[in-house]
Design a binder for this molecule. Structure first.
Ligand code: ADP
Length: 155
């Protein structure tokens, strides 16, 4: 298996670089953010639960994410490994990933950290807001998401 985590602040390019890398490695790129956006769009129970957290730029509660992570790692498409984009994002989530992989006699093989200056991050996220209209790409949520990254993900 080839399990890779791509880490970085919002706007650092995890999605963009992750896609290229996953293509090279021949493994699926899985983004919890994308899965949450799809769930919200479809109005599933997970989507309904996630919405208020998501819109304000807060993390969706870990217990919502655990089920998602388990499903991802158990999916047939993940048997050769997976490129994780947007998770783990907290220490408990990181422990969950380790635990679930260990149960498959697998481990995290590589971790890539994308480091980008905060002024550049804000610039990119607000530019994306104008283009894609993501609900959490407004000035208030962007500030909140950068704070969440420093406080909850960076450690
Ligand atoms: P970005 O890195 O630009 O914030 P994402 O699509 O990775 O974009 O995440 C968007 C939002 O989705 C986060 O602000 C959070 O609300 C939610 N989210 C995504 N992944 C997780 C996760 N692993 N744990 C908790 N919340 C998450």
């Amino acid at each position: 298996m080839n399990n890779v985590i791509i880490l970085g602040a919002p706007g650092s390019g995890k999605g963009t670089q992750g896609k290229i890398l996953a293509g090279h490695l021949g493994i699926p790129q899985v983004s919890t953010g994308d899965l949450i956006r799809a769930a919200m769009k479809q109005g599933t129970p997970l989507g309904v639960k996630a919405k208020s957290f998501y819109d304000q730029g807060h993390l969706v509660p870990d217990e919502v994410i655990y089920g998602l992570i388990q499903e991802i790692l158990d999916a047939p498409a993940s048997r050769e490994g997976v490129l994780m984009d947007g998770f783990p994002r907290t220490s408990p989530q990181a422990e969950a990933v380790d635990r679930l992989l260990k149960a498959k006699q697998a481990k995290v093989d590589r971790v890539i950290l994308l480091e980008v200056d905060e002024t550049e991050l804000v610039k990119r996220l607000l530019a994306r807001a104008a283009k894609e209209g993501r609900a959490d790409d407004n000035a208030t949520s962007v500030t909140q998401r950068l704070k969440v990254f420093q406080q909850q993900t960076a450690p």
